[in-house]
Ligand binder design. Sequence first.
Ligand SMILES: *Cc1c(COP(=O)(O)O)cnc(C)c1O
Length: 372
Amino acid sequence: MKRVFNFSPGPSALPLPVLERAAAEMCDANGSGQSIMEMSHRSKDFKPVIEKTEALLRELMGIPANYRVLFLQGGASLQFSMVPMNLAGSADAAAGKKAAYIETGIWAEKAAKEAAKFASVEVRASSKDRSYAYIPDAPAPQDGDAYYHITLNNTIVGTRWEHIPDTGTAKGGTVPLVSDISSCALSEPLDVSRFGLVYAGAQKNLGPAGVTVVVIREDLIGHAPPETPAMLRYDVHAEEGSLYNTPPCYGIYMIGLVLEWLKGLGGVPAIAERNREKAGLFYRYLDGSKLFYSPVEKPFRSLMNIPFIARENDPQKRAELESRFVKEAAAAGLINLAGHRLVGGMRASIYNAMPIEGVQALIQFMEKFEKS
Ligand SMILES: *Cc1c(COP(=O)(O)O)cnc(C)c1O
């Protein structure tokens, strides 16, 4: 068997022990004589699977009892619509309630643009002026805001909020903080009680593509306007325990295996330490390199997604050099290092499943490439 170091931003590498266990259980899961993929989602065989996944997620994320966990479909992108539909639907818009967005990257931009179809959106701060290379100061929300949306880790541009903004208003109210945590879920401890809702597509840090995890405070459920389609309502999914229709059963099972693996390593504090070590090694190398550099301002650098650029002023030569780098790295077993198609350059995504050996191998390769 050949395994590469996969630096893909998503779908991304899964821990090898998780894949091996899934393979071993593929044809006969828990002595049921069936694969998870063949089971009814309402059967006694599947019930413990979804229950275990939720219980582990609650334990590892420290989710308070007054929050519900939903396993949905449609990716993080569908949450760009569901959040405004459910939290700032037509009645709220008519009442003059605004949905506040902080624009910190391409996903944040998309979230705000989509929300504007359903809610009265205001972008309250943006870091677009310097190519999203930093996190702007977050202004306090305004009384009557329906919610305040941030993207905690910016997958494409490689920035992260190093503090959670306070969403108290001048008059003493609190506006629900909503965050896209697709590319940083379970990478570091997160105080869920500071948020009204967090959501994540699973394919970066939690499991395979096809599942979206939503964690929502109970009082935010049940405010969708009546015309909202059932599949897009948090209340429907919450009432039915994510079994309103057929959920992505296999993906939910895989998330459960990933969470068991993570718990075995010592949970979120342990993986956070490992993540800081991995990112620290890589940034230290980049900051000392004569050929490559990080375009992100230091206080805002992501632990999960690290873009880097070759120092070469001629754009044509730079593109050639970078494409040669990506090709030669792939031949050396270090794959998916091209930057996002919208920003170019290179990017190493080093989620929880990337072992430190992968980062060390990448650095060694870059040192060699730089010399040659
Ligand atoms: C990948 C990503 C998305 C898009 O996720 P899909 O599941 O493909 O819809 C949205 N936001 C962030 C921060 C991401 O990293």
